[in-house]
Every structure is written in structure tokens, then in C-alpha cells.
Write a protein that binds this ligand. Structure first.
Ligand code: KIV
Length: 246
């Protein structure tokens, strides 16, 4: 999986062989220049998702439910997910949260909406965490993440993104869960990996997180860089131990 926010990059990711394209609310930072994902609206997500879906002929398009577009009630989540699928042409939605969101996930799934979960460093909670910090290093938090993952699976989630958690925890979750885990900063033993496209092309404005690899050097085109990422995920050479938390 890779993120994309527009038509041409979606085409490139699709052609390069990624299984899934995430229209992440990271667009609030990468496209809009905000310091967090919090300002992103449902209309903006639908707009980008629509453009991405036009470029994706093969890969599954998953769009993020942005901050406060689903937390208020199950009905609010249904309307927001519907907007992403009807207007944004997304094929699945992603939301952040675990046990507290399980009833909402079940409600959406029962109404025909595929839902991907997101645990660990959930960026919409950045202010609660006090920054973009690795999660699950302490036993109590690791147990909470495990309970959250099981609750999402029981609620019918089709996959779960694990962001910035120790490799050991992600490995244990990946073997315990039946649904696929998709890691970002969660080590090599997840079932899949995701990166922000601009990050893996070396385009960022400041500090590069440990889990990001720049695939552009040595590639003759952006598409070749993406193909190298896809190949490295498939053969297990990305991420390395140095690109993971322990
Ligand atoms: O918004 C996003 O791009 C994401 C990924 C970083 C997983 O949620």
C-alpha cells in the first residue's frame, strides 16, 4: 500500500503494482501544509479520493475518514463513509481507534462498507499523545493495542494499519489476527506495508522518520522507485531492523 492524493500519482502507484492506494488524511500535511491531519474535511477527502479513484484501475482505493467525521455517532460515520464512497468513489474507508470504535465499525460493515482500522500512533490523536511518538512500548499500552486490534477484527474490519509500534508487538499481532496487518513503522513482519508516497520519494520538509526509506536514488523514474518499494515489501527487505522500532 502507498498513499496517493491525485490522479497521476494514483496511476503510477497502480501501474507499479501496489495492491492498495490509501487516500490518507495525511494530505492535510503533505498537500495542504498543515502541522497535523486535524483540519482536513470530509469534502476535501472526497475530492482527493475521486481523483485517485480515476487513476486506479486495479488497486483497492481506501479513503480516510477525517477527524470528527465519524466519532460523534454511528449515523455520522455512516453518512461520512457514504460520502467517501459515493462522491469519492472509494472502495473502503479507514478510521482510527480500537475498542471505542468497534460498534461503529460493525455498524458500517453491516451496511456494506468495508472498513480498515488504524491503531498505534493514530495521528488524529497527536495532541493526546503529546507529539508523533512511538506507541506500545509499555506493557499496559501494548495490551490495550492488542485488545483494540481484536475488537476491530471481531467488529468485521477487513484490515488494520499498525503505525509506529515496536516490531515485537506488530509481529505478535500479525500472527494472532486473521485479518491483514499493514505496518508503517511497525517492522517487517506485518502482512503488508504502507508509506506516504512523498516520503518514499524523498520529498519532505524536515526530519525523516526512522521508518521511511527513500526509493528514488538509483531509479530512473518515479514509477520505477515505486516498483522498487513494491518489490522490497514483497521480498521482505523493507523495512530493515534499522527502519523499525524495538
Ligand atoms: O493518512 C495516512 O497517510 C495514513 C498512513 C500514514 C497510514 O493514515
Amino acid at each position: 500500500m502507498l498513499t496517493a492524493y491525485d490522479y497521476l500519482f494514483a496511476e503510477a502507484v497502480d501501474r507499479a503494482g501496489a495492491d492498495s492506494i490509501l487516500v490518507g488524511d495525511s494530505l492535510g500535511m503533505v498537500v495542504q501544509g498543515n502541522s497535523s491531519t486535524l483540519p482536513v474535511t470530509i469534502e476535501e477527502m472526497a475530492y482527493h479520493s475521486r481523483a485517485v479513484s480515476r487513476g486506479a484501475s486495479r488497486a483497492l482505493v481506501i479513503a480516510d475518514l477525517p477527524f470528527l467525521s465519524y466519532q460523534q455517532s454511528r449515523e455520522q460515520a455512516l453518512l461520512s463513509a457514504g460520502e467517501l464512497m459515493k462522491s469519492g468513489c472509494a472502495e473502503a474507508v479507514k478510521l482510527e481507534g480500537g475498542e471505542e470504535m468497534a460498534a461503529t465499525v460493525e455498524f458500517l460493515v453491516q451496511r456494506g462498507i468495508p472498513v480498515c482500522g488504524h491503531l498505534g500512533l493514530t495521528p488524529q490523536s497527536v495532541h493526546q499523545f503529546g507529539g508523533f511518538k512511538v506507541q506500545g512500548r509499555e506493557q499496559a499500552r501494548a495490551s490495550q493495542i492488542r485488545n483494540d486490534a481484536i475488537a476491530l477484527q471481531q467488529a468485521g474490519a477487513c484490515a488494520v494499519v499498525l503505525e509506529c509500534i515496536p516490531e515485537q508487538l506488530a509481529t505478535a499481532l500479525s500472527s494472532e489476527l486473521e485479518i491483514p496487518t499493514i505496518g508503517i513503522g511497525a517492522g517487517a513482519n506485518c502482512d503488508g506495508q504502507v508509506l506516504v508516497l512523498q516520503d518514499m520519494l524523498g520529498l519532505n520538509d524536515g526530519r525523516t522518520p526512522r521508518f521511511v526509506r527513500n526509493f528514488l536514488p538509483g531509479a530512473n523514474s518515479i514509477e520505477e522507485a515505486i516498483s522498487r518499494y513494491v518489490a522490497a515489501v514483497r521480498d521482505g527487505s523493507f523495512p530493515s531492523a534499522d527502519e523499525s522500532y524495538h
